[in-house]
Write a protein that binds this ligand. Sequence first.
Ligand code: SF4
Length: 510
Amino acid sequence: MTRRYQRKHSREQLGLFPEALDERISDDNPVRAIDAYVDTLDLTSLHFTNVSSSSNRGQPPFDPASLLKLYLYGYMNGVRSSRKLEKECQRNLEVIWLMEKQQPGYKSIANFRKDNADALVRVNRDFLLLCRSLNLVSQDLVAIDGSFFQGNASLKSIRTHKGLQSQLRKLEERIRQYHESLDAEDQDESQHSTDGELPDKLKRLLDEKAKLDQALKTLESSDERQLSDTDPDARKLFKNGQKMAGYNVQVAVEADRQLIVASDVTNDANDQQQLHAIAAQAKNALEADQLTVLADAGYFEQSNIKQCQDDNILPYVPEPNKQRAIKDAGRYGREDFIYDSEADRYRCPAGKFLSKTGQSHRKNNKLRDKYVSKKADCDQCPLRQHCLASKSRTRQIYRWVHEDSLDDHRQRMEAEGAVRMRQRAALVEHVFGTLKTRMGWTHFLVRGFRKVRGEWSLAVVGYNLTRVLNILGTSVFLKFCEHLKELILYLLFWIGRCYRPIPNDQHASY
Ligand code: SF4
């Protein structure tokens, strides 16, 4: 007889041999890797809270190792809210196993993430060290990218100087109108029945104005250009039609296994000032003598390119074409003029020279020299209509005093730029897509740089751990963690022996 459906088992059926919880978790379940990894950590040196609680009063706290395991599980499986994690502790077999049947409330879970933000950043660094000991990380090449993440704030809660001034103007106009209506009513005694209504409204408006004045004063006395009411560090970010209140997250991904080796959370919508900071962070994290860095055109900024090269970081960043308007007008662009470093002058397409004139002057925080062609040369030049603007008599070129460093970069880009940019896209562009879709990660749940960086660190460890497990397999990773734990115990034993206090009677013999 054929069965129509798979066999079901009665809920009331008792087993002959009682099952241990451990038997329900397969040997290669990633949850075992989370458990093993967290057990290798020294939570005291990472400065987690409640590591050595000695108070006998009240309920003992939950073990921070268990809460860290719970969060890592959550960030690897798209469950980040403390209320959802609380439920998982009660119904999810993997979490019940991981938590060893502890069932913390959502407040304890949420407080752990808030109170241990800095410690979570340290765990992120520790996991990179572990990846390096596993020889999974390339030390010579990284690709950099950034992406906007929604903060725990709305666009409305973030105010700009311009917006505040406009609000203030409107409010002042309304106050003026109320004053006028009050004056009119004073003259018309028949309207006196509404006494009290208008002054109340006026009081509310004046209170509102005082708040706006205060906000404007706060903004003007700070270096900031925006003021956020809910999340103090979130900012209005705009790019390519994207508009949100949140943070611009930067990552550096290494070339071998595409693991995130450096990351930071900023609130600057523009990537231009991020290149050197994130590249230097990656170089330090990898302890590399020299590092090649690939980034898209949004990261091109002259000082950042120079800083990178000064620090032995070799950047490949496409230079935005600012000469397009000149080219479109059919005129020679700057690249048609060749710089002669020995003579410190430019040679134009007609073979004439542009010489340096006057003193260097500063523009956009950069010291520049001016090179000008001779009027006599240009007057007779057959190419002048392809070179000079309609009202110009000579051609001028401005050169940043550190332009040599950019010339080196331009040469590299000319030789390898296309290949390097394809390599960049393959290495880094999938990272944010993976984080935002598979891991259910689109916005931060906490507020302020410190906590947001802690939350971001959880996401990065979750991402890197998932990749490591995909590359090595859970069993290899478990064996490594086991050896690591043995090694740590061995080292602790010997450190304990070496630093054992000398007994008093031995002191006497010296
Ligand atoms: S117009 Fe002047 S600068 Fe331009 S190509 Fe002719 S000589 Fe050179």
